[in-house]
Design a binder for this molecule. Structure first.
Ligand SMILES: Cc1cc2nc3c(=O)[nH]c(=O)nc-3n(C[C@H](O)[C@H](O)[C@H](O)COP(=O)(O)OP(=O)(O)OC[C@H]3O[C@@H](n4cnc5c(N)ncnc54)[C@H](O)[C@@H]3O)c2cc1C
Ligand code: FES
Length: 277
């Protein structure tokens, strides 16, 4: 449990909570999430809800998570979180985005709620790696839902925004803007998080252009400890290095986002067999 320093309403139904934790500020890595207890009465929302770490200030020890009210758990969290109260969570969990190699040109592609872990990644790179060039492609529904624009502008070299209705940035999907650039082989590594259809398009384009690509799968969760299968996804089994077996001939196995993720190498994700949450 940590003390909440501030609670902000970023836009309709999207809340940002900043809390203080020296441990998290030292340990959290971009891509990781926390499992938050929602509400004071455990019967209201028994299972903890996963929320990505959006910002980690290593100097002030402040951690920020941002979430949208979707159902019972997040509604309770939004209603009960207030400055001076406490947030009950477990984390940081589990794996994280791979760090880019020296001199890499990278892109982050985020849609809606998927932008949060990508901001942490960009801010971390901006503060520790002067050798990396980073572009951010962000998709929102409409102008009113465009959030954290200033933060992304500071953290990336270039930022490109799309909205479904064209009320901010380019009209259409974020993939309309980023796919031609990815197709041209402009990036060494691409990191993506958001709707599954978007991540699938980005992954296919990255694979075709020979870029490395990592996805953060924000599957719906249940138990959060690998016991219930709610967050299962199918991940290709690669033959061991040096094996004579064809590269994609190894079939697949179930992995759990809560235990093995949330970040996976995109070419390992068996998209057609991974449930849309
Ligand atoms: C690793 C990870 C990181 C996440 N990070 C964030 C984040 O930073 N910010 C954020 O707002 N949300 C994030 N989510 C999604 C968030 O956990 C869910 O929205 C939340 O658990 C819903 O709980 P609830 O009780 O409010 O809704 P419920 O009552 O459980 O469900 C209400 C509705 O939301 C839908 N829903 C539930 N879980 C998801 C999900 N994972 N994706 C899409 N729809 C869902 C349900 O299908 C249902 O229609 C993340 C999920 C994962 C797995
Ligand atoms: S949430 Fe139950 S297995 Fe992952």
């Amino acid at each position: 449990m940590e003390k909440i320093m501030s609670v902000r309403q970023l836009c309709d139904e999207i809340t940002s909570i900043t809390f203080s934790s020296r441990y998290m500020a030292a340990e959290a890595k971009p891509g990781q999430f926390i499992a938050v207890k929602c509400g004071n009465n455990s019967m209201d929302a028994m299972l903890r809800r996963p929320v990505s770490i959006c910002r980690a200030d290593r100097w002030s020890n402040e951690i920020t998570v941002v979430f949208q009210v979707k159902g019972k758990g997040t509604k309770l969290l939004a209603e009960t979180a207030e400055t001076g109260s406490y947030i009950d969570y477990i984390g940081p969990l589990v794996n994280s985005f791979k760090s880019p190699p020296a001199g890499a040109k990278i892109a982050v592609v985020g849609g809606g709620l998927g932008i949060f872990p990508l901001l942490f990644l960009l801010e971390e790179i901006r503060s520790t790696r002067k050798d990396i060039k980073a572009d951010a492609y962000l998709g929102f529904r409409k102008n009113d839902s465009v959030i954290l624009r200033e933060e992304f502008t500071k953290a990336a070299d270039n930022i490109y925004i799309s909205t479904d209705d064209g009320s901010c940035g380019r009209k259409g999907f974020v993939t309309d803007i980023c796919l031609p650039v990815i197709d041209a082989g402009s990036y060494d590594i691409i990191y993506t998080c958001g709707p599954q259809a978007m991540m699938k398009c980005v992954s296919k384009a990255a694979e075709k252009s020979g870029s490395e690509c990592y996805v953060s799968l924000e599957q719906r969760m249940g138990c959060g400890i690998g016991a219930c299968l709610a967050c299962a996804c199918r991940i290709a089994v690669r033959p061991a290095e040096g094996s004579s077996q064809a590269a994609d001939g190894g079939g697949w196995e179930y992995k759990h986002v809560c235990r093995d993720g949330p970040v996976f190498r995109s070419r390992d994700v068996v998209w057609d067999k991974t449930e849309e949450s």
